[in-house]
Ligand binder design. Structure first.
Ligand code: SAH
Length: 251
């Protein structure tokens, strides 16, 4: 059995209990060395074989998995955050299916949740934004044309950008082609939930400059939107005048 496991954003205590159990019992662990907190590997049992996938190709990862599986060993494939976001797990799952090797997935806390906690923010504020766009700027991995940042920016809703901290000039330019303005609040969250976490807030018009000043070029998320501002409406859910399925409202 191969278990795809979300390691969480950094803080080892943010892995799920189920994930920790899988890691503690694994015979083989293949971890995404570029981002997974190595402290998590401390959970591995003695004798566990550990491989860093940053130095491997998809073929090599699959070969390791197959070898271990055929030898009756359990494999954990440790991905940063939640594996469903920019985790390249689909190609691994398809590879395993072709090899008739069973797999399972244990989700993790994504860095976009870690970043919200870091800024003490709520992405979906009433009367501010009820949608979150998770995207990235095209780099060496292209983004479909219909999802160009400037066009997603037309909505002006809460936006979280992965894998883009090294291209803040372009991020800023593209976002300003949409509904955001120079004064729309933005934040850079570097290494959310790690001991070296850094949160820098600025207006969107100063995003690139702020990134340069603070030397943030990688392992960071860009958060944009008025959810980072001060105005919003109270929720209906906890409004005394509002009746819900669990509580009678009083006018
Ligand atoms: N599956 C991961 C994302 C992997 S893509 C998740 O759910 O979080 C790698 C990108 O994620 C990085 O370039 C960075 O933009 C972001 N990232 C990962 N961990 C981070 C963290 N602790 N703080 C800020 N950004 C992080």
């Amino acid at each position: 059995m191969v278990t795809f496991l979300g390691a969480g954003p950094g803080d080892p205590e943010l892995m799920t209990l189920k994930g920790a159990k899988a890691l503690q019992t694994a015979d083989v662990v293949i971890y995404a060395g570029s981002l997974v907190n190595p402290a998590l590997l401390g959970l591995c049992k003695t004798g566990c074989a550990v491989y860093n996938s940053a130095e491997m190709t998809l073929e090599q990862v699959l070969a390791r998995m197959e070898e271990a599986h055929r030898a009756g060993q359990s494999v954990v494939r440790l991905h940063t955050g939640d594996p469903s976001l920019y985790g390249a797990i689909r190609e691994q799952m398809d590879g395993l299916r072709a090899l008739e090797i069973p797999y399972t997935i244990i989700p993790g806390v994504s860095s976009f949740s870690g970043a919200a906690a870091a800024v003490e923010g709520e992405y979906t504020l009433p009367n501010v934004s009820q949608s979150v766009i998770i995207t990235r700027l095209a780099g060496r991995t292209p983004v479909p044309e219909e999802e160009a940042l400037s066009s997603l920016a037309q909505h002006g809703c809460t936006m979280v950008l992965f894998l883009s901290a090294g291209m803040l000039d372009r991020v800023q330019t593209e976002l300003l082609k949409g509904a955001y303005t120079e004064t729309t609040p933005a934040a850079l969250v570097y290494k959310a939930t790690w001991p070296e976490e850094k949160v820098v807030r600025c207006p969107l018009g100063k995003l690139a400059e702020t990134g340069r000043t603070h030397g943030i070029t990688r392992t960071a998320l860009v958060l944009v939107g008025d959810f980072l501002g001060d105005s919003y409406e109270r929720s209906k859910l906890y409004d005394p005048a509002f009746t819900t399925g669990y509580r009678e409202g009083t006018p």
